[in-house]
Design a protein around this ligand. Structure first.
Ligand SMILES: Cc1cc2nc3c(=O)[nH]c(=O)nc-3n(C[C@H](O)[C@H](O)[C@H](O)COP(=O)(O)OP(=O)(O)OC[C@H]3O[C@@H](n4cnc5c(N)ncnc54)[C@H](O)[C@@H]3O)c2cc1C
Length: 288
């Protein structure tokens, strides 16, 4: 992890999309599905039960059949907070993100071009850890005129998968839009021609694994992380992290990583903040 460094294109050092200059620094790539499995096995190792239970009203969480009566609930229902009775937060909305998962094992460089900015990240070759977090180097550059948003993220792991994106629209639709998919493939190919591995060549030679749509749990005004006291019980709300819910982890804790991520990702520190509120509340209940 290091500071941003400006780099300029030269005949021996072309930049993606033939941009004249960029900025470079270090960051991490998280393989999100692998990371969730890692967190769930950590919880199991610590004897924390994982129970799946759909609730219609927040009050139900205080006496789930599997757990019995509890006095404190952490409400991390993300988009569910919009309709869950007892919360019904109208500021919560879905920010639709469409991506294309492709196979391109030769692509080790991550490039991002979004709303006039572009980042190029390159894997530094260090071994992936069990939860698939890898250091990488990245570069950013201001683009003129503004180009359509596009990003290329090689996913850590043995499959040679690369995530191509993306969109950020206020919408509940989870159906992939074929016009948007084509736009993503073309824009990403313009940034990284090595994505194309098939006989057809060009953007049509990109080996598509699947088209995906996710709804980022966004919230007007930012995430809600606070204690809500209710007739002797407590609720710690922790939702609305939008496009930044994954970045925080205990493994990324400390040193300058956290400092750097904090500049870009709203959720940094959210988990610690929630834990702090919970501990303070429990201390208060114990009269401490
Ligand atoms: C295309 C795309 C790209 C992204 N890129 C990044 C990125 O680069 N970096 C990053 O950090 N993040 C990224 N994200 C965002 C990240 O996925 C979210 O911020 C994160 O998943 C939010 O985590 P969460 O735990 O708050 O909510 P969720 O993961 O949505 O979890 C909420 C949980 O609450 C449960 N729930 C809701 N209502 C109820 C109910 N009534 N009863 C019981 N359970 C309920 C749900 O089933 C779900 O399991 C991206 C998202 C998308 C779609």
């Amino acid at each position: 992890m290091n500071q941003f460094e400006e780099v300029h294109a030269s005949p021996g050092y072309p930049l993606p999309g033939n941009q004249p200059y960029a900025h470079k620094c270090s960051s991490y790539i998280i393989n999100a599905p692998g990371y969730i499995c890692h967190l769930s096995s950590l919880a199991q190792q610590k004897g924390i039960p994982i129970i799946r239970h759909l609730i219609g009203n927040l009050d139900e969480a205080f006496h789930l059949p599997e757990l019995g009566r509890v006095g404190l609930v952490v409400n991390a229902t993300s988009l569910g907070a919009r309709t869950l009775k007892g919360v019904e937060d109208p500021k919560v909305f879905p920010a639709r993100g469409q991506t294309v998962l492709v196979r391109a094992p030769g692509v080790k460089v991550c490039i991002m071009q979004t709303e006039g900015f572009m980042a190029k990240h390159s894997l530094d070759g260090s071994t992936s850890r069990v939860y698939s977090v890898r250091p990488l180097a990245l570069t950013w550059s201001r683009l003129e005129p503004v180009l359509p948003p596009a990003y290329i993220i090689p996913r850590p792991g043995p499959d040679g998968h690369v995530i191509l994106g993306g969109t950020y629209f206020h919408s509940f639709s989870t159906d992939p839009d074929p016009i948007e998919s084509e736009r993503i493939l073309k824009s990403c190919y313009a940034l990284e021609p090595r994505l194309s591995t098939g006989d057809k060549g060009g953007w049509e030679g990109i080996e598509v694994v699947r088209h995906q749509v996710g709804l980022r749990p966004a919230r007007e005004g930012g995430p809600r992380v606070e204690l809500d006291r209710r007739e002797g019980d407590g609720v710690v709300h922790a939702y609305g992290f939008g496009s930044a819910g994954y970045v925080r982890s205990s493994e990324l804790r400390g040193e300058r990583t956290a400092e750097w991520v904090n500049r870009f990702q709203a959720s940094l520190g959210a988990a610690e903040r929630v834990a702090e509120i919970v501990m303070r509340y429990l201390d208060g209940q114990r009269g401490g």
